[in-house]
Design a protein around this ligand. Structure first.
Ligand code: NDP
Ligand code: SSN
Length: 287
């Protein structure tokens, strides 16, 4: 595949870029806070000074950025990706954004002759470190086929979902369900505790029944200890609830459960918990 560019070395970008390096890919990284690239250099990465410099050097560039504003800024701003994109180059945005943002990026990349794929992921920090993500790609099928070797390293399964927007929408639906589940789970732990039950026993019971899932199993014990080391930052989960609710508006889908969950995440942000793991929404109930 040649050298891969990687824009955005946050929790996910760092894990994904390191994983590519471990599997023998050459990777050139850029991050807005450039000093965060230092650790990647120790793993063998090169550094590009700007998104444009990375695109110029690499045939394929992956972006993993916080939100729609960041994804747009890295493409459109001065020294952004758009300045160097051209025929023969592919841009793959793996950030979680809405379909409209993804379409805007697709339009400008393709108008300059480049090819574009949106490819948000399910799975968090640990699956990213272990190459166990689930990749939800849509857009240019030729580009998808070309980057399958990288997706095979990053993920345990890739879906190609057709036209631009379908990957973004699938990701938002999944995270809307996840955010609602996290709120129900939090309420259950507090209810068990306040009504005189041992929350650890609740976790054991849940894990043996029809609603057992990796999220409850992984996050539950830490939540009971009021510990929320960030794997998936709460501010990003609230962004995803907000974007999913907007998708619900567009399609006239009533989503009262998701709307209530969004309010809880907003409350958690107002308490200063945005940079904690999204399981910190538990604090809105236990305080
Ligand atoms: N963490 C997770 O479990 C998962 C996250 N995601 C999604 O992946 C994306 C990245 O998440 P994650 O790595 O956790 O987030 P982080 O907050 O750890 O990293 C965000 C990245 O975006 C960069 N960034 C933010 N704003 C801008 C901007 N205006 N211009 C340029 N760069 C910017 C940050 O740069 P800087 O270092 O300078 O701040 C950083 O590299 C998000 O869309 C998230 O929803 C998807 C699946 C799982
Ligand atoms: O977007 C974040 C998803 C986190 C997860 O799938 O565990």
């Amino acid at each position: 595949m040649g050298e891969i560019g990687f824009l955005g070395i946050g929790i996910m970008g760092k894990a994904m870029a390191v994983n590519l390096l471990r599997h023998g890919f050459k990777v050139t990284v850029w991050n807005r806070t450039l000093s965060r690239c230092d650790e990647l250099v120790q793993h063998g990465a090169s550094v590009g000074e700007t998104p444009a410099a990375v695109i110029k050097k690499c045939k394929y560039t992956i972006a993993m950025l916080s939100d729609p504003a960041a994804a747009l800024s890295v493409v459109f701003d001065k020294h952004g990706a758009l300045e160097q994109i051209c025929g023969g180059k592919g841009y793959i945005d793996m950030s979680t954004v809405d379909a409209d943002t993804s379409s805007q990026i697709s339009q400008v990349i393709t108008s300059k002759g480049g090819s574009f794929l949106e490819a948000p992921v399910s799975g968090s920090k640990k699956p990213a470190e272990d190459g166990q993500l689930v990749i939800l790609a849509a857009g240019d099928k030729d580009l998808y086929d070309q980057v399958v070797p990288a997706f095979d390293v990053l993920g345990k399964k890739s879906f190609f979902l057709g036209q631009i927007g379908n990957g973004a929408k699938m990701k938002l639906v999944v995270n809307m369900i996840m955010g609602s589940m996290m709120n129900a789970f939090s309420e259950g732990i507090v209810l068990a505790d306040k009504s005189g039950l041992d929350p650890h026993t609740l976790l054991d019971v849940l894990d043996l029944g029809a609603i057992a899932n990796p999220m409850f199993k992984m996050k539950g014990p830490a939540m009971i200890k009021n510990s929320y080391p960030p794997a998936f930052p709460l501010k990003h989960q609230q962004k995803d609830m907000r974007l999913a609710l907007a998708l619900g508006d567009e399609n006239a889908v009533p989503m009262p459960v998701a709307a209530a969950a969004n309010e809880a995440f907003k409350k958690a942000r107002s308490l200063g918990l945005g940079d904690h793991d999204f399981s910190a929404v538990f604090e809105t109930l236990s305080k």
